[in-house]
Design a protein around this ligand. Structure first.
Ligand code: SF4
Length: 362
């Protein structure tokens, strides 16, 4: 007897017509790569990986600023994934190897604790991530935070990026990210589906992904484009209102630069004026200005995608290419020696392709 997964695979394959479904979540890519979902469904149903890896889309200039702060004697507290992502002049890991004080943390609370335990040091927390991590960072700033703590804010918002992708990328429908959707709900994707793109919010089990694919396929077949929810055990229409309230007490929406994509209107978060005493750009304005100037004269200033020569992460992040098409993939670029951001993070497309399709032994 067929189990549910087999039934879904049969359904997808029986109804297969050439379509391109993009996900915008690193964890979706991990499930798809790890369980070889591309190999078990019809080749007509292409699964594209979009800009779903937060460290991959963090602009090089923010990494450069963090390194400049470290070189000025501040302590940088960063998530581990961010450590090896290259800026224009190396990574945080390189700077730590040079002797600067850069510490790996698992949350903003770890960084606040470092600040409390070391009142003579200036601690800067590198706050990155999508709507999933922003509420926790906001919550920390709403609690008691010591004066020697500040935050370099580089949060991104997913729905505006999906809108841009509908203009620049050949895509027929989206799998929306489950984690982000637990916070924002399903309604913010209406602006994307109203452009004629089916969207299904889904989770991270193989069954979730297969169900999401079948539901997008079904919308396309029936000529519909709406937002559907295949992850109702965690996501509802309005999302987590308390988390949203905290997020927008502390942050405001701003136009924001995505590495590999460029500026996207209202796609990022900055600290509100009431929190400017914790805003590293404001507290260390002189260092920020200097870092901006140095970027203007750096080697890759004219490369608006901020990628090193030969790296096609900009194309990977917008699904215009796949990792195997990069001439450096598995040769000069690997998880041990990443050239571009997509090979660094567990959520990076190149990393997952390498780990699950190129070399299972890493
Ligand atoms: S394989 Fe490496 S160099 Fe090529 S696109 Fe991916 S991260 Fe960039």
């Amino acid at each position: 007897m067929e189990n549910i997964e087999q039934k879904l695979i049969s359904r997808i394959n029986e109804h297969a017509a050439p379509i391109r479904i993009m996900h915008v979540c690193g964890t979706h890519e991990r499930t798809i790569s790890k369980y070889a979902i591309r190999d078990i469904i019809s080749k007509d149903v292409q699964l594209l990986s979009g800009p779903g890896c937060p460290v991959c889309v963090t602009p090089a200039e923010d990494i450069d600023f963090a390194i400049s702060l470290a070189k000025s004697g501040k302590v940088i507290a960063s998530f581990g994934d961010m450590m090896r992502v290259p800026g224009t002049r190396g990574s945080l890991f390189d700077a730590r190897s040079d002797g600067y004080d850069i510490r790996m943390v698992y949350s903003i609370d770890d960084a606040v604790k470092i600040a409390k335990d070391n009142p003579t040091l200036d601690i800067v927390f590198f706050g990155i991530g999508f709507e999933t991590t922003a509420p926790a960072n906001a919550a920390a700033l709403l609690r008691e935070v010591p004066e020697n703590f500040s935050m370099l804010t580089s949060h991104k918002l997913m729905p505006p990026a999906m809108e841009i992708l509908t203009e620049d990328t050949i895509v027929d429908g989206f799998l929306a990210p489950g984690h982000v959707s637990t916070i924002i709900g399903t309604y913010p994707y209406n602006s994307v589906s109203e452009r004629g793109f089916p969207i299904v919010v889904t989770g991270f089990e193989v069954l979730d992904v297969l169900l999401g694919i079948a539901m997008v396929q079904n919308q396309i077949e029936s000529g519909r484009s709406c937002v559907e929810n295949a992850y109702s055990r965690c996501v509802n229409v309005e999302g987590n209102l308390k988390a949203q309230e905290m997020m927008y007490l502390v942050f405001k929406k701003i136009d924001s630069k995505w590495r590999g994509i460029g500026m996207i209107e209202k796609s990022g978060l900055a600290l509100k004026k009431e929190f400017e005493q914790f805003d590293a750009v404001n507290v260390y304005a002189d260092i920020y200005e200097k870092a901006q100037h140095e970027k203007k004269v750096s080697d890759i200033d004219n490369n608006q995608n901020e990628m090193w020569e030969g790296c096609i992460c900009a194309e990977i992040l917008t699904a215009r290419a796949q990792p195997a098409q990069c001439p450096l993939f598995g040769k000069r670029c690997s998880p041990k020696n990443p050239v571009g951001p997509c090979m660094v993070s567990l959520e990076g497309t190149c990393y997952n392709w390498y780990k699950y399709t190129h070399n299972k032994g890493i």
